[in-house]
Structures are given as structure tokens and as C-alpha cells.
Ligand binder design. Structure first.
Ligand code: PGA
Length: 263
């Protein structure tokens, strides 16, 4: 039986100006509770100021990047390395977000390399996985999640997996206003935890947080987070609204999970 500390991340995507980033950072400096991990993922160019603002306010909010390159340095125009991120006070990174996979061309293998680099650099890595509508309708949800999870962890060292967080984000639910039902999301999460147990061990699978993402709002957060294998959320649109984000964080604080469902 494991107790998993709830985790809520706000993925700002390619949104905000410098001024808006400052205001949003200030708005998350006072999380409602200590028994939760809250993270924000601003655009690269605002990481420095957001991380400085949160540090100055003494906030425990985690600052993360939306992506990273898996190589050390070199002639890679436009890319950002893990060392650059840690230099700015970043302690987390997203990998495999569906927009990176489906719009920006990240392959399963590249996601695996980025995930290994993030974890190997001491960053908390939120590895995002999830099926498209077509894959769901074909009954392939669990198979797609399993493939993305196995490829996503293919290069990671077992000892680094303590800093892994998985985010299950059905592609058809992201930014669409459509959310998976709590039951469907729970089934997917339980299956993902089963794959994690197979890939690692039961202890790791039980300790790893699995977040749900895709049109999470204050009105549906509590019901989703009450599911035994849902340990918080990755929030896009609603994370740009400080009140909505705070309400979602609040919903997660009441649902510390102590269940065991991995095989
Ligand atoms: P959404 O995005 O909450 O706007 O659906 C979630 C995400 O992409 O992480």
C-alpha cells in the first residue's frame, strides 16, 4: 500500500506575455495546502523570471520546462538543454506531450531519449502519454499507452525512476472541453500502473504518481481525483486562470490516494 502525494501541474503552453507570466506566478505563490506538489510549466523564455519570482516569495511551487533537448550542447539551433534548465532553477520537465508528438513531430523514441535525459539530470519528469480518438474508437487505448510508456522509459535508468510522474492525457480530451469519464480514466490509469509494475517493480509502480490531463476544470476535478489511481492532474487551459487553478489544486489536496491496484 503506497501513499502518493497529489501533484497538480499547470502547463501554460505557448501562452502569456512577460507581464502575464509574472501575474500568474504571483497567483500561485500561495498554494492552499502543503500536502500537495504544485508545478507550473511556463514558456522557456519566462522560466527565469517565474522561477525568480517564486523563489523570492519563498513558494514551494515547482518550476518546470515544457520540453528539453536530450543532448548536452552543440550546434542545435533553437534547442534548450537540461543543464540550462537546472541553471535557471527548473526542477521539472514535461516530455511526450501530445502537442509535441502530434504537431511538433516527437517520435516515441525521441520522447524516450528526452525522458532519460530529464531523469538523469535530476529533474522530475512528467512523461505524457495518451491515445487519439481514432485509437480509442478502435479499442486501442491500453495498447497505445503501453507502447508509449515502454518507449518513454526505454532509455531511463531504473535508479532514476523515483522522479518519474506519468501523465495520462487522452488526445481527444486536450483543449476540447471533452473529459474522459472518471471510470474510463481510472481504467486507463490502473492499466498504466500495471505496465509500470511489469516494467519496474510493484513498489515503484505503487509509488509513481499518475496524473490525468485533458479539459480538467474546477467542476470535474474532484470526481476525477477521487479515483484510486488518479493522483492529480496536468492542467492546460484552466491553469491560465488563477482562480480555476487554485480550485483544482484544492480538489487534489482532499484525495491523497492510498490504494493498491497494480498486479
Ligand atoms: P487542457 O490541456 O487542460 O487545456 O485540456 C491539458 C494539457 O495539454 O496538458
Amino acid at each position: 500500500m503506497a501513499t502518493r502525494r497529489p501533484f497538480v501541474g499547470g502547463n501554460w503552453k505557448m501562452n502569456t506575455t512577460a507581464r502575464e507570466a509574472d501575474a500568474l506566478a504571483r497567483a500561485v505563490t500561495a498554494p492552499a495546502a502543503d500536502d500537495i506538489d504544485i508545478a507550473v510549466f511556463p514558456p522557456f523564455v519566462y522560466l527565469d523570471r517565474v522561477s525568480a519570482a517564486l523563489r523570492q516569495a519563498g513558494s514551494p511551487t515547482i518550476v518546470g520546462a515544457q520540453d528539453l533537448d536530450h543532448r548536452d550542447n552543440g550546434a542545435l539551433t533553437g534547442q534548450v538543454s537540461a543543464a540550462m534548465l537546472t541553471d535557471l532553477g527548473c526542477t521539472a520537465a514535461l516530455t511526450g506531450h501530445s502537442e509535441r508528438r502530434h504537431i511538433l513531430g516527437d517520435s516515441d523514441d525521441l520522447v524516450g531519449l528526452k525522458t532519460a535525459r530529464a531523469l538523469g539530470s535530476g529533474l522530475i519528469c512528467l512523461l505524457c502519454i495518451g491515445e487519439t480518438l481514432e485509437q480509442r474508437e478502435a479499442g486501442d487505448t491500453d495498447a497505445v499507452n503501453e507502447r508509449q510508456l515502454r518507449a518513454g522509459l526505454a532509455h531511463a535508468k531504473p535508479a532514476s525512476l523515483d522522479a518519474l510522474v506519468v501523465a495520462y492525457e487522452p488526445v481527444w480530451a486536450i483543449g476540447t472541453g471533452r473529459t474522459a469519464s472518471p471510470e474510463d480514466a481510472q481504467n486507463a490509469h490502473a492499466a498504466i500502473r500495471g505496465v509500470l509494475a511489469d516494467l519496474t517493480d510493484n513498489r515503484t509502480a505503487q509509488a509513481t504518481r499518475i496524473l490525468y490531463g485533458g479539459s480538467v476544470k474546477p467542476s470535474n476535478a474532484a470526481e476525477l481525483f477521487a479515483q484510486p489511481d488518479i493522483d492529480g492532474g496536468l492542467i492546460g487551459g484552466a491553469s491560465l486562470d488563477p482562480e480555476a487553478f487554485a480550485a483544482i489544486c484544492q480538489a487534489a489536496t482532499h484525495t491523497t490516494s492510498t490504494t493498491s491496484s497494480a498486479r
